[in-house]
Design a protein around this ligand. Structure first.
Ligand code: G6P
Length: 609
């Protein structure tokens, strides 16, 4: 996730573009840059690492004056945050900003390098600049047709904005699977990844759809499909307040991020799965097949929500790769005198990549000879830097302190890791791998179905918002989902909640159950269904009110408040069953009026012991 902006009109645009980027900083903030047409045929570029204040300082030193320009604020996916990797990327007098992931970047880059192109960055985006430049050089047709030919060579997700010194006072924008909206002004046109960047200038916008492009000039926005068919689309008027717009019309970032999960999973899977071969693309996963064969134990370390993803990861690694696996929370690793050694693959799971306890555990394990794989959402953060390899989730920045989309992106990454290890070691057949990978690719669709229950969950939240305590139960990979459901509830609504393995209920928590203690049971149709149902009946027999997360079409669950999730393959169930629990916590917290995005006493990134 990155933020892009563009402007063409009569105003000097550098500061206007930076203001637009400021409204998009929630989409990325590790580096930023502008490209402005400073004189006929000339495009000037200024970039800086870090937050926008650094770009301001760079522009104070090297001002860019001109009335056509594009800008970018970056959330790194390919290539660490650095000035060289910051956008815009330039080839000749073509400058490009991009949000998304180009899947076939390796092969395109090899092709361009073989033709003599010298790259100045590690990004997938620079390829786009070179492709457009190459096509412009062929002088066949206009700017738009050159861009069309270049884009036809790309696979993946993009929203891009391009300026070219040879085509003054023009911006070209195009979109496939990443957002792009055009702002229609009076004698000026803008483009941006999201509406907040436009609202200071116009409320009339046109949303570009996948597979479309537009040529923006001062007084016109000419839309067409990527294969050249003209499109007419009337602008829409946006009446959101600036605060609403920042959250995409949602009341809180957390709710927005819950709804962003299908996209976060698509981005995390993108370019990493070869279904035909039943394999994961090795370069993307951070563990080679040779190393996979040597692993004697997988040891997950993580804190908070990430430790729940790690538990699911453990179950998958054991089931699919048949490697002994264990999970430990970071703070306990640094407290004990643990034993690690060669043969251990330590998987450090952390959305921020900065959590002090997880980092300390990584350093301990590394010093004892273990191989470390980081699963992180922030490129080049401390934990990946201290590790031997990294598997990045591509959830984009998460603003809500209580993690949602980063959690499900971690689940997707860990399931890919387990499949990869299983295939490399011969523990998982090609057919089984294909079944699981197909199911994983279908998760975004299933998540969208699960999200459609939001209104129903909101009604249940009204019923349960006054509870003082709640118990969450689950079995198998439903167990970490029960833990996560309980953690979400306590984090944001301050209701005391416990997650338990359903089978463990009889060893203690059952003593607490009465009509005052609502119990949430994660009970989809999986191999554990009947046993979980027995637990559900035990709870019902003690007068507790039950909320049950069940599979669509399950008619056997009666006398409970059921929330239905679509039927999916058992391995991907946790990615779907967690959604109603996230929504339940969110709506309960909202009813109680707590500070959902910044709950008391909690921090997004915990860099202290
Ligand atoms: C904090 C956050 C949690 C997060 C935990 C671990 O407590 O509030 O949402 O799960 O840290 O963070 P990490 O960045 O390592 O996943």
């Amino acid at each position: 996730m990155c933020g892009i902006v563009g402007y063409v009109g009569d105003k000097d645009c550098a500061s206007l573009l930076v203001e637009g980027l400021r409204k998009l900083e929630y989409r990325g903030y590790d580096s930023a840059g502008l490209a402005v047409e400073t004189s006929a045929g000339k495009v000037g570029v200024v970039r800086a690492v870090g937050k926008l204040a650094n770009l301001d300082a760079a522009l104070a030193k090297t001002p860019l004056s001109g009335k056509t320009g594009i800008g970018h604020t970056r959330w790194a996916t390919h290539g660490r945050p650095s000035e060289a990797n910051a956008h815009p990327h330039v080839a000749g007098n073509v400058a490009v900003v991009h949000n998304g992931i180009i899947e076939n970047h390796v092969e395109l880059r090899r092709g361009l390098e073989a033709a003599g192109v010298k790259f100045t960055s590690d990004t997938d985006t620079e390829i786009v600049a070179h492709l457009v430049h190459e096509e412009m050089g062929k002088k066949q047709g206009d700017f738009a047709s050159s861009v069309r030919r270049a884009l036809a060579r790309l696979r993946g997700a993009y929203a891009i904005a391009i300026v070219c010194g040879d085509v003054p006072e023009t911006i070209l924008v195009a979109k496939n699977a990443s957002p792009l909206v055009i702002g229609i002004g009076d004698g000026e046109m803008m483009a941006a990844s999201d509406i907040p960047a436009l609202l200071a200038h116009t409320r009339d916008v046109i949303f570009l759809e996948d597979g479309e492009m537009a040529v923006l000039e001062k007084k016109s926005a000419t839309l067409s499909t990527l294969d050249g068919k003209p499109i007419t689309r009337a602008p829409k008027r946006i009446d959101w307040s600036p605060a609403q717009a920042e959250k995409g019309g949602f009341k809180h970032f957390m709710l927005k991020e819950i709804f962003e999960q299908p996209r976060a999973i698509e981005d995390t899977l993108r370019g990493r799965i070869d279904v035909t071969a039943g394999e994961i693309v090795e370069e993307e996963i951070g563990v080679t097949a040779t190393l996979a064969k040597k692993i004697a134990r997988v040891y997950f370390v993580a804190c908070g929500t990430s430790s729940h993803a790690a538990i699911a990861g453990r179950y998958w690694v054991e089931q699919l790769a048949r490697i002994p696996a264990t999970v430990e929370i970071g703070s306990e690793v640094r407290t004990r005198e643990p034993v690690f050694g060669p043969g251990d693959l330590v998987v450090a799971v952390s959305q921020s990549g900065e959590t002090a306890d997880t980092l300390a555990a990584v350093r301990t394990a590394k010093a004892m000879g273990a191989h470390i794989l980081a699963v992180a959402n922030v490129l080049d953060s401390a934990i990946p830097r201290a590790s031997d390899g990294a598997l990045y989730t591509h959830a984009g920045p998460e603003i809500g302190v209580a993690s949602t989309k980063c959690f499900t992106a971690q689940l997707a990454a860990l399931l890919m890791l387990a499949v990869h290890l299983g295939r490399a070691r011969g523990a998982l057949s090609k057919e089984e791998a294909r079944r699981i990978l197909d199911a994983l690719l279908a998760v975004p669709h299933a998540m969208r179905d699960a999200l459609e229950e939001a209104e129903h969950v909101k009604n249940l939240a009204r019923k349960y918002a006054r509870a003082r305590d709640m118990l969450f139960l689950g079995r198998g990979t439903g167990f970490p989902i029960a833990l996560e459901g309980a953690l979400k509830l306590k984090e944001i609504s301050y209701i005391h909640a416990e997650g338990y393995a359903a089978g463990e209920m009889k060893h203690g928590p059952i003593a607490l159950i009465d009509e005052e203690m609502p119990v949430v049971v994660v009970a989809p149709r999986d191999a554990h269904y009947e046993k979980t149902m027995s637990n559900l009946h035990e709870v019902r027999a003690r007068e507790a009110q039950v909320i049950a997360v069940v599979s669509e079409g399950d008619k056997d669950v009666v006398g409970v408040d059921a929330i239905r999730v679509p039927v999916v393959e058992p391995e991907v169930l946790p990615l779907v069953t967690v959604i109603p629990l996230q929504l339940l916590s969110y709506f309960i917290a909202d009813i109680k009026g707590t500070d959902v995005d910044q709950p008391r006493n909690l921090a997004k990134t915990v860099t202290v012991e």
